[in-house]
Design a binder for this molecule. Structure first.
Ligand SMILES: C[S@@+](CC[C@H](N)C(=O)[O-])C[C@H]1O[C@@H](n2cnc3c(N)ncnc32)[C@H](O)[C@@H]1O
Length: 225
């Protein structure tokens, strides 16, 4: 998507993706990733997600990336952080307070320096926010940020894309495998049909909307096939 698309969504308050409670898959599956408390967790395309707060409460340091300055300001404002420090890192503004750091800018331009070492990642509504033409670049770039052995919890949507357009886009298991398998061991953890709790999707005529959790384990080097 064009960056303006997202800036306009935030300005117009069209942020239906934002959830008022931590994601159930995060609560259910994060412990199985065995990420040590104190680890730095990368949260790409983080918005102002309360999932970042859930992680921080459990002792993780959270490093997000987000295009929208409004999203970043709202996140720190809602967390009542009055101690936010902002520094320029190339094309990014890094906002930092307590356990949180958010790099404001284009996530696909983020490099290991200035991101710093991360040991785990959490992708909810990041991959699926991107149109098909951007996903391969996104996945390959994401792999450059994640060290060998690191674990990622990825949450994707699946639905009949001919009935409704994205975002969020439908990303099927075959595509998840194809995007990540050169760098990660990909394992599907759980799928749940949430159409009954998703009236906007149901109103389009969809009769199923699956949320699917995956674990991605970063291989030491590209996996040859
Ligand atoms: C669907 S929302 C999901 C936000 C968050 N992960 C959540 O669960 O609430 C996608 C977010 O990605 C941001 N975004 C889109 N493209 C981006 C990019 N290239 N770099 C950084 N952020 C981006 C948007 O501004 C938006 O806040």
């Amino acid at each position: 998507m064009d960056p303006d698309f997202w800036h306009q969504r935030w300005q117009a308050r069209q942020i239906g993706f934002h959830q008022s409670a931590p994601h159930p898959f995060l609560e259910r599956w994060w412990p199985s990733l065995d990420a040590a408390a104190g680890s730095r967790v990368y949260v790409p395309l983080c918005g102002k997600s309360l999932d970042m707060v859930w992680l921080s409460v459990r002792g993780y340091r959270v490093v997000g990336s987000e295009l929208s300055s409004l999203a970043v300001e709202e996140f720190f404002g809602e967390q009542q952080r009055t101690d936010v420090q902002i520094a320029q890192h190339g094309s990014f503004h890094r906002h930092r307070a307590g356990a949180f750091e958010i790099f404001e800018g284009d996530a696909l331009q983020l490099t290991p320096e200035p991101l710093g070492p991360v040991q785990a990642a959490y992708d909810r509504a990041a991959l699926v926010a991107l149109p098909p033409s951007m996903r391969e670049r996104y996945a390959q770039h994401f792999a450059t940020l994640m060290p060998a052995g690191s674990r990622t919890l990825l949450i994707a949507f699946e639905y009949e894309q001919t009935i409704k357009d994205g975002p969020p886009f439908s990303v099927e298991p075959d595509e998840v495998q194809r995007l990540y398998r050169d760098f990660f061991r990909v394992e599907e953890l759980e799928r749940v049909d949430i159409i009954d709790e998703s009236p906007k999707f149901a109103a389009t005529g969809l009769d199923a909307l699956y949320e699917v959790a995956y674990s991605l384990t970063r291989a030491p080097r590209a996996i040859s096939r």
